[in-house]
Design a protein. Structure first.
Length: 353
C-alpha cells in the first residue's frame, strides 16, 4: 500500500527550553482507516489537526481504544534512531486481539512510522534525556450505541517532542503501594495497552500524589498480595544480589524496556528471575537489610530509580534514597544504545535515515 503524504503549509515554531512530557505535537500525523469491507485502507501522512467525530461514536461509550508508546532519538552525529519499534507494533496487535479490534499490518505501520519520523526529524530534541515520543493509537469509529465490536476504526500516529517523564529526572521517585484499588485481574485486559487500563488507575494515582508519591505500585487483583507493576512502568527489585521482577501473568504489561533489561542482565551474568513476588517478601528483605535496589522500566520513564516505597504504614527507604549502582548501569546502557553513544551489540536499534 502506498502511503500518500500531504505536507503542511503552516509549519509550527519548534519548542525552546524545558519540554515536559507529551505537551507539544509536531506538524504531521499518520492516519489510516478500517472498514469491514475494505480492511485497513488509505494510509496517509497529513498535517496534524483536530478530528471531528459524531457524539455517538463507539469509542466514547464502550472504550474500544488501544495505544502504544515509543521514542525516536537523534544521535550526536545527527542520525535518527528508533528503539525496537517492531515490538511495539507486535504488542499493538496483542492489544487489538483482546479488544476485538482488527489486526494491523505491522510492516506497513513500521514503514509509515519511519516516513513520519523522517519528515518530522527537525522536531527531535537533542538535549540529554529528551526524545520524540511517538504515540500510535486506534479507536472504534462506528456511530452506534449497541454494544458490539465496531465495523470501522481509525489508526493514528502522533509525535511529541518530550523530556523525561518524571520531574525528578534521575532522582529516585517515591512510590505508594496501593492496597485498596486494583488495576487488573487475570482474564481481563491488564496485559494490553488499552485506554481503559489507564482510566481505572487514575483515582489511586491522584490519592498517591496527594500523599506526596509520584506513582502507585499495584498489587494483584485477587489477594492484593503479589506485586504487579507501576502506573506507567514495570518494576524490578534487587534483593541480596538477585534481580527479581513479576512474571507476565496476564494482568501486567509485557514492557519492551522490561524485556531489554532482562536480556542485558542475562548478558552481564547478573542473576535475574521473573516470578511471583509478594509485598511481604519485599518488606522482610527490607527489614533484613537485603533490599538493595529498586527501579521501574518503561519507554517514557526509561529506567527510573525508586528511592522510597510506602506500604500501609511501612516506609522503605531504598539505598538511602540514592540511585543504585546496577540501576545507573542499566540507565547508562539503555540510553547509550538508544542515542548511539554505545554500540548496538544486540541489534535493537532501527535506522530511519
Ligand atoms: N506498564 C505500564 C502500565 C505501562 O504503561 C508501560 C509503558 O508503556 C510499561 C509497563 C512499560 O512498557 P514499555 O517498556 O514497553 O514502555
Ligand atoms: C510509555 O511509557 O510509553 C507509556 O505509555 C506510559 C504512559 C502511559 C505515559
Amino acid at each position: 500500500m502506498n502511503i500518500v503524504v500531504k505536507k503542511t503549509e503552516h509549519p509550527k515554531a519548534k519548542p525552546e527550553g524545558k519540554l515536559g512530557f507529551g505537551q507539544i505535537y509536531t506538524d504531521h500525523m499518520f492516519v489510516m482507516d478500517y472498514s469491514a469491507e475494505k480492511g485497513w485502507y488509505d494510509p496517509r501522512i497529513v498535517p496534524y489537526a483536530p478530528i471531528e467525530l459524531d457524539p455517538a461514536t463507539m469509542v466514547f461509550h464502550y472504550g474500544q481504544a488501544v495505544f502504544e508508546g515509543l521514542k525516536a532519538y537523534m544521535t550526536e552525529d545527527g542520525k535518527v534512531r528508533l528503539f525496537r519499534p517492531e515490538k511495539n507494533f507486535a504488542r499493538l496487535n496483542v492489544s487489538n486481539d483482546r479488544l476485538s479490534i482488527p489486526p494491523i499490518d505491522e510492516n506497513l505501520c513500521l514503514e509509515a512510522l519511519k516516513q513520519l519520523v523522517e519528515l518530522e526529524k527537525d522536531w527531535i530534541p537533542k538535549q540529554e534525556g529528551a526524545s520524540l515520543y511517538i504515540r500510535p493509537f486506534i479507536i472504534a469509529t462506528d456511530v452506534s450505541l449497541g454494544v458490539r465490536p465496531s465495523d470501522t476504526y481509525k489508526f493514528f500516529i502522533i509525535c511529541s517532542p518530550s523530556g523525561l517523564y518524571y520531574e525528578e529526572g534521575l532522582e529516585p521517585v517515591k512510590i505508594y503501594v496501593e492496597d485498596k484499588y486494583v488495576r487488573a485481574v487475570r482474564g481481563g485486559m491488564g496485559f494490553t495497552k488499552a485506554a481503559g487500563n489507564y482510566a481505572v488507575s487514575i483515582k489511586a494515582q491522584v490519592i498517591a500524589h496527594e500523599k506526596g508519591y509520584s506513582q502507585v505500585l499495584w498489587l494483584d487483583g485477587v489477594e492484593q498480595k503479589y506485586i504487579e507493576e507501576v502506573g506507567a512502568m514495570n518494576i524490578f527489585f534487587k534483593i541480596n544480589g538477585e534481580v527479581v521482577t513479576p512474571m507476565l501473568n496476564g494482568s501486567i504489561l509485557g514492557g519492551i524496556t522490561r524485556m531489554s533489561v532482562i536480556e542485558l542482565l542475562k548478558k552481564w551474568g547478573v542473576p535475574v528471575s521473573e516470578r511471583r513476588i509478594s509485598i511481604e517478601e519485599i518488606y522482610e528483605a527490607y527489614k533484613n537489610g537485603q533490599f538493595e535496589e529498586c527501579f521501574g522500566t518503561g519507554t517514557a520513564a526509561i529506567i527510573s530509580p525508586v528511592g522510597e516505597l510506602r506500604w500501609q504504614d511501612n516506609v522503605m527507604k531504598i539505598n538511602n534514597g540514592k540511585i543504585g549502582e546496577l540501576t545507573q548501569k542499566l540507565y547508562d546502557t539503555i540510553t547509550g544504545i538508544q542515542t548511539g553513544k554505545l554500540e548496538d551489540e544486540l541489534g535493537w536499534v532501527v535506522k530511519v535515515d
